[in-house]
Design a protein around this ligand. Structure first.
Ligand code: DC
Length: 229
């Protein structure tokens, strides 16, 4: 079974996918982490993220894999654990440019299909239901208004694991800068020529702005169980 969850940055895809994966024994495939790992590789090797040929070479050469650990899923770049390093503001700043490069997408999509080929997977990203797994059994397009998303991401940055809890206090300045970055990335991710962020025609839309994590998870589990029945 393949479950595809797409949506804009900080819409809750990762938290939802993680919870659903645990409840239905699915392997998690965080496709955004792969674009982030390529971006980190470029930054560490002083490769200009707008140099399409050089960035594509990095994407083709990089060995990106996932490892299940007690703390969750680790992201490995050439065997090194980069789980924390791929979530910095510098990577946030450059990842949209990197992921818009056709050669980078070709390399990542091939790897994603390979990882999805063996078994039951829940994949999350921007083009999972439209491009990577167009025949996915369940497709979800998860959205939330930009303010709700900025609040969640700002809370995460402050080390609070509060997926979808609007009552948590966050630093106003952090929230404001996160909001500006999200709006910028939304625009780049939705207007790029190659595999832009858009819902698959057969995707189920869920707006999580006013929902709790468990409410969204329940809806996705119900969609999976409907197909499995
Ligand atoms: O989900 P995320 O914020 O970790 O994703 C990081 C970036 O990667 C995001 O700005 C767009 C890009 N991305 C993509 O283009 N296609 C995907 N399937 C997943 C992510």
């Amino acid at each position: 079974m393949i479950v595809a969850i797409d949506g804009p940055a900080a819409s809750g895809k990762s938290s939802v996918a993680r919870a659903v994966a645990a409840r239905r024994q699915l392997t998690l495939l965080d496709t955004g982490a792969m674009y982030r790992a390529v971006t980190l590789d470029c930054l560490e090797n002083n490769v200009d993220c707008s140099d399409e040929a050089a960035v594509t070479e990095i994407a083709k050469r990089a060995h990106i894999s996932f490892d299940a650990t007690d703390a969750g899923q680790a992201v490995l770049l050439d065997g090194r654990d980069v789980t924390g390093d791929i979530r910095t503001p510098q990577v946030d700043e450059h990842v949209s440019a990197v992921s818009a490069i056709p050669g980078v997408r070709r390399a990542m999509v091939a790897l994603q299909r390979q990882l999805g080929a063996n078994g039951d997977v829940i994949a999350e990203g921007r083009d999972v239901g439209t491009v990577v797994f167009p025949h996915a059994d369940v497709k979800v397009f998860l959205t939330a208004d930009p303010k709700a998303r900025a609040h969640r991401r700002a809370a995460q940055r402050q080390g609070k694991d509060v997926a979808m809890d609007r009552s948590v206090q966050v630093d106003v300045k952090t929230e404001r800068s996160v909001l500006a970055d999200l709006i910028r990335r939304d625009r780049l991710d939705s207007t790029r020529e190659e595999s832009p962020l858009r819902p698959a025609l057969d995707a189920r839309h869920i707006d999580s702005s006013d929902l709790r994590l468990d409410e969204v998870v329940t809806q996705v589990l119900a969609a999976i169980d409907e197909v499995r029945r």
